[in-house]
Design a protein around this ligand. Sequence first.
Ligand code: NAI
Length: 251
Amino acid sequence: MSDLQGKVAIVTGGAAGIGRATARLFAQAGARVVVADRAEAAAQAVVAEIEQAGGEALFQRVDVSREEDCAAMVEAAVARFGRLDIAFNNAGIPGRVARTEDQGLAHWHRIIDVNLTGVFHCMVHELRAMKAHGGAIVNTASVAGVRGAPYSSAYAASKHGVIGLTRSAAREYGRYGIRINAICPGVVKTAMADELAAASLPGSSDALLAASILRRPGEPEEAAELVLWLCSDKASFVAGANYMVDGGLTA
Ligand code: NAI
């Protein structure tokens, strides 16, 4: 497999879950990968895994809610690998499971800062680095980006925002050869899904899975395969789109 041979990619939230699976798959496909995360030890472990498998990777500490971190992340990619072709803006947090009136303003701001403003900060700097030669960006939304998520309204608002941001930027940057798309995972087996299941109303995760077509949670690698395809030249006619990878939850 060499879909990304010679390309340079950033993966935010690359230390765990969907980001880790994608960083590994990007490297297997031939990309040099910046594993960007606030969790240093776990991200360093992903870099080591990639290097042991014969790939090239770099750890960059980033809190995506801080613009200076996102600027430094793009600078580090270009300084080490010479360019930036691909970005998977995926870092996110689940937030509190509570009625809208109990979500709390500080919590609201934190969710929006990480899940939505974080994607914005990353894109601003990635777009500047890609404008001269083109590229591909994928942002992680959620099934909560296309429908209501009861007791998670701040999270759902942040993910609806990611889709609006993706579509709008895609319409601006197609002329520069930059394709921007979003993915909407359903229930994928990661720490975040475990956290949400533990905090949810009893039986609600089971009910969610029972309502899906495939009736099981996804593996992080199953989401990563979609991201790889969207970032490869095989998806050359795909821009401003929003792909479900949810086992049929929203069908
Ligand atoms: P995860 O919790 O396994 O991994 C998230 C990673 O993001 C962690 O390594 C964490 O350290 C990092 N991160 C969190 N906040 C950060 C910040 N401010 N700056 C930098 N890094 C930060 O979660 P998972 O499930 O892999 O989630 C990835 C994305 O997928 C998120 O955007 C999430 O909202 C989305 N998603 C996940 C679903 C699931 O069922 N697992 C369903 C729908 C969407």
